[in-house]
Design a protein around this ligand. Structure first.
Ligand code: ADP
Ligand code: MG
Length: 359
């Protein structure tokens, strides 16, 4: 077998189509590839040795993320981050961080600039023309749900008067119809453009609501543990939307382990976290909730894409759960990240504190 040699890896690194760099244990830039030079419009030479966040301007608290990666040795994915060199308007990217084998403290950072489909998605959220497209999807979803109710009812009636061996078929109709209804409900929810109605909210009240409904429903087979910091001040959020966020996360963790496992809900205050809002203002997001499970971890082939709509690793999944989480949290000026290795998956949500005069 011929071994691949170093020059080969140099070539590979410089022809990699994704902007990438490697940071050293002091968070200085050690290596930069050609795609990154093009992306930032900066030369490798001007970047090497510089503190990484001096050259890579981002609107998310990634410094802390990097510390966490070194500690946990797990890759980390952060979506919807604005990245630029500070000179040109930033580009929205998904970022992937990985530790390097045999190079302790060094971290590979890969950017995935978000592409056209995404941009359409964004436009869909903001532009009025697009509002009507989402409106149409919602209307269709609504219109399809009505006849589906009829189909289910008819199948149930039919099942009473047919041979037992044919009942499997009516059961199938009922089950599959229910699945379509669930999908449509998620589409309706995703298209729901209602901006959050924000108020001062106690995160633990929200989490208790979620725990209760998980415990009697989809999470009945899981052990759910609390690890709360009771002194957390209220956050500024739409409580119903937050319930939706944590329900989705706990549901995913439960579905990852059909035979049961443990989910830990961890809340704490993380002083230094700040995110940059679209208007340029920085918001501090110290209120942190982690949903941790001891399941098999994210399927490797999905890695950083789990927050994208319609990306699912499950046969009957819609792939809308985490897309909705991501959308709701970004509308709350918060941020969400995930780290996952087999046996430990952590979804982390960071939110701002309610202003003193909040209702
Ligand atoms: N806690 C978890 N453990 C393992 N895999 C997960 C977890 N959460 C999410 N995933 C993966 O991410 C995918 C996307 O999740 P989601 O957006 O909620 O869509 P869906 O649940 O409909 O598949 C899931 O299908 C699953 O493969
Ligand atoms: Mg889900």
């Amino acid at each position: 077998m011929t071994k691949l040699n170093e020059p080969f890896f140099d070539t590979l690194w410089s022809s990699l189509p994704l902007p990438g760099l490697v940071i050293d244990p002091d968070n200085r830039i050690a290596e930069v590839n050609t795609a990154m030079e093009t992306f930032l419009n900066l030369s490798a030479r001007s970047m090497q040795g510089a503190p990484v966040w001096d050259k890579l301007h981002v609107n998310a608290p990634l410094d802390e993320a990097v510390t966490r990666i070194r500690r946990d040795h797990a890759p980390l994915f952060v979506n919807y981050v604005d990245v630029g060199s500070g000179e040109r308007p930033p580009t929205q990217c998904n970022i992937q961080f990985s530790t390097l084998i045999d190079r302790p403290g060094f971290i590979l950072v890969l950017l995935k600039p978000r592409e056209i489909a995404d941009k359409m998605g964004q436009a869909l959220q903001t532009k009025s023309a697009a509002k009507s497209a989402i409106g149409m999807a919602e209307m269709l979803a609504h219109e399809i749900k009505n006849p589906l109710a009829g189909i289910t009812g008819a199948a149930q009636l039919l099942s009473m008067s047919i041979k037992p061996q044919d009942q499997e078929l009516t059961d199938l109709i009922v089950a599959e119809t229910r699945r379509i209804v669930q999908l449509l409900e998620q589409v309706e929810q995703f298209g729901n453009l209602r901006p959050p109605e924000r108020q001062a909210v106690n995160l633990h009240d929200v989490l208790d609501r979620v725990r209760k409904s998980a415990a009697v429903g989809f999470g009945a087979h899981m052990k759910i543990k609390e690890d709360y910091d009771p002194s957390l001040p209220p956050t500024f959020a739409d409580p119903d939307q937050l319930v939706q966020v944590f329900l989705n996360l706990i549901k995913n963790a439960s579905e990852a382990q059909p035979l049961g496992g443990t989910i830990t809900v961890h809340t704490f205050y993380e002083q230094s976290l700040r995110v940059r809002r679209p208007d340029g203002n920085r918001v501090s997001v110290p209120l942190t909730v982690e949903i941790i499970d001891d399941g098999p971890g994210l399927p490797e082939h999905l890695s950083g894409d789990v927050f994208e709509p319609f990306v699912s690793g499950r046969e009957n999944g819609t792939g809308l759960g985490l897309a909705l989480v991501s959308k709701i949290i970004s509308e709350h000026d918060g941020w969400v990240s995930v780290t996952s290795v087999p046996g430990r998956t952590v979804f982390r949500i960071s939110l701002p504190v309610a202003p003193k005069d909040a209702p």
